[in-house]
Write a protein that binds this ligand. Sequence first.
Ligand code: R1P
Ligand code: URA
Length: 234
Amino acid sequence: MATPHNEASKGDFAKTVLMPGDPLRAKYLAKNYLDNVRQVNGVRGMLAYTGTYKGKEVSIMGSGMGMPSIGIYSYELYTQYDVENIIRIGSAGSINKDVHIRDVIIAQGACTDSAWAHQYELPGTFSAISSYDLLEKAVCEAKKKQIHYHVGNIVSSDLFYHADVEASGRWSNVGCLAVEMESYALFANAAYLGKKALTLLTISDSLVNDEKETTAQERERTFTDMMEVALEIA
Ligand SMILES: O=P(O)(O)O[C@H]1O[C@H](CO)[C@@H](O)[C@H]1O
Ligand SMILES: O=c1cc[nH]c(=O)[nH]1
């Protein structure tokens, strides 16, 4: 069994999949943290691996950038591969002065400028939230590891390069901590399909503070606090 985007067979994925946007972050994590690791997808370079972490089976797969991309991969994982939990491990831009480079965000919910939820034809606005069960586990683990973390709302945007340069400020005014590009669709897919999802983010750059942004290689390899929290709760 395969999908147009995933050559894995049924049973190739663990019940929990960690999903960075960058497939090379998936590769780095799999090679450095998993035992008995094997590659289960390579279609379109969207690398996916399954192995064990401290004896527990875990999968790691890139999601690509943006809601259409994570929407496809997460939908197929939930519906075709019996995956129960997806934990996004992404990078994000801070839009809050108290949220600094390399801080970790545990996302309670996601706002969006995307039309993702229009497909449900609801008579109002869908609030995309993470799984409380996964969120609680992540908070416990972050406390145990004594990492610098924030729990709160984020923005999932269709736009990385935004014509309206003040948009992020308005999201900040309503309490959002950071901007990224996938979580709203992931949380919506999980809610629609009766599954669980969580997002952990590491701040890679700041839209509000004058701090040196991280390099592409640092985003691929050095966001280890977030990676380790996700592995522990998988
Ligand atoms: O580092 P990842 O997980 O890809 O996440 C962030 O980085 C990409 C933009 O540079 C978007 O996918 C955004 O959500
Ligand atoms: O989507 C993203 C990710 C990282 N930094 C940003 O500014 N935006």
